[in-house]
Design a protein around this ligand. Structure first.
Ligand code: GLA
Length: 376
């Protein structure tokens, strides 16, 4: 990246990380609970004013691709990374941000399509950089929401707030319990004793992820509408108890029941997992991770054969406390809670089995927990 050089030193460098999620999948847009953490892999963006009133030039340094647009007139493309950037610019403009012409370049070491939120990292790095470059004075929550809305309005995924929150608010060596309704959150030291977190990237990412994501969101709303007939006080699945879902089984189509059952039980698991983490009870934490996976696989139906296979392979290993798919689903990584001493042996073993079964190499990622977005 050579946007900032000795001749033109005025500009900013900002970075924003990807994230892991210990537990709490597809709960965020249902006003529920999540337990993510930022990782020490980042999207880095360099940006500087280019002296024009409205010309923006963005370069994806890895792909050597440049995209230009005019700030007075731009709209989403059918797909591609420019949508994330234009989306952020558009949201910042709507917040009253006076943005002028700029050049920027970005590069990342967050694996794309891995369920580690490279997209949130892209949005949050640009939001942070532009906030600084144009002195917009927006606070972190405004940047989080602008990044989330960019994804809704320019990318078309009606995502929750977890990824952008984790990317902005992460703290080294800590997980965060976020209440996605009140937006209150708390840091918890991620001290795992003899265990560590190991991600296994299936290296598959299915194109239906975005459309199925929006479908799941709509199905949850359908479930709420049905449950409201019996319980007018509920606003969304956050307000529903497991007993209420079970009592409503005859009132709704089976797949809607299953979606509601996942979300309501997953919220419970997040709170239980946070308690288990706090008391260093890794067996229970791991058990909750398995339950989360099977719920995502069977009730929410957002897993895929590669993820299920990988989780299955851990079940008979007493040195693995828990394993589950992570993120939106349909590919990406599993997150595994594994004894440190056995990581090398396990990775060797599972890599071979995975390759012979699917003809694809998996990528092991030993994550470290890092800080949230910042101006460098
Ligand atoms: C994606 C979305 C998040 C969240 C997860 C599933 O990563 O961006 O908001 O819904 O899927 O938990």
């Amino acid at each position: 990246m050579d946007i900032l050089n000795k001749q033109q030193p005025d500009g900013v460098i900002a970075q924003a990380p990807g994230r892991i999620n210990l537990i709490g999948e597809h709960t965020d847009y249902n006003d529920g609970f999540v337990l993510p953490a930022a990782i020490d892999s980042n999207m880095t963006v360099q940006a500087r004013r280019n002296g024009t009133p409205s010309t923006v030039r963005i370069t994806d340094s890895a792909q050597q691709q440049t995209f230009s647009f005019d700030l007075r007139d731009f709209s989403p493309l059918s797909n591609g990374w420019p949508n994330y950037v234009m989306g952020v610019v558009s949201e910042l403009q709507q917040l009253g941000g006076a943005i002028g012409g700029f050049d920027a370049a970005f590069e990342s070491n967050v694996p794309v399509g891995s369920g580690m939120s490279s997209s949130a990292a892209l949005e949050c790095s640009f939001a942070t950089a532009l906030n600084e470059l144009f002195g917009l004075g927006l606070d972190k929550w405004q940047l989080i929401k602008a990044s989330q809305h960019a994804e809704h309005n320019f990318v078309g995924t009606k995502c929750g707030i977890m990824d952008q929150f984790a990317s902005m608010m992460g703290e080294k060596d800590h997980a965060m319990l976020l209440d996605c309704r009140s937006l209150e959150f708390q840091y918890f030291p991620l001290e795992l004793d003899d265990y560590q977190l190991l991600l296994l990237n299936t290296n598959v990412s299915h194109s239906l992820a975005s459309s199925e994501y929006n479908t799941r969101r709509a199905e949850c709303e359908q479930g709420v509408a049905i449950l409201q007939k019996e319980h007018p006080g509920i606003k969304n699945l956050r307000d529903v108890s497991l007993e209420q879902v079970v009592a409503g089984i005859g009132e709704m189509p089976e797949h809607i029941f299953c979606r509601c059952h996942h979300v309501v039980s997953e919220n419970r698991r997040v709170l239980d997992a946070t308690k288990a983490l706090t008391r260093g009870d890794f067996k229970t934490l791991g058990e909750l991770m398995y339950q989360s996976h099977f719920s995502l696989q069977n009730d929410y139906k957002v897993s895929c054969p590669q993820l299920d296979f990988m989780v299955q392979q851990t079940l008979d290993k007493d040195y693995i406390a828990g394993s589950r798919m992570m993120g939106g689903g349909f590919g990406g990584c599993t997150i595994n809670l594994i004894e440190k001493a056995r990581v090398t042996e396990f990775v060797e073993q599972i890599s071979k089995i995975y390759r012979s079964h699917f003809g694809i190499d998996l990528t092991p990622i030993e994550v470290a927990i890092g800080d949230g977005a910042s101006v460098v």
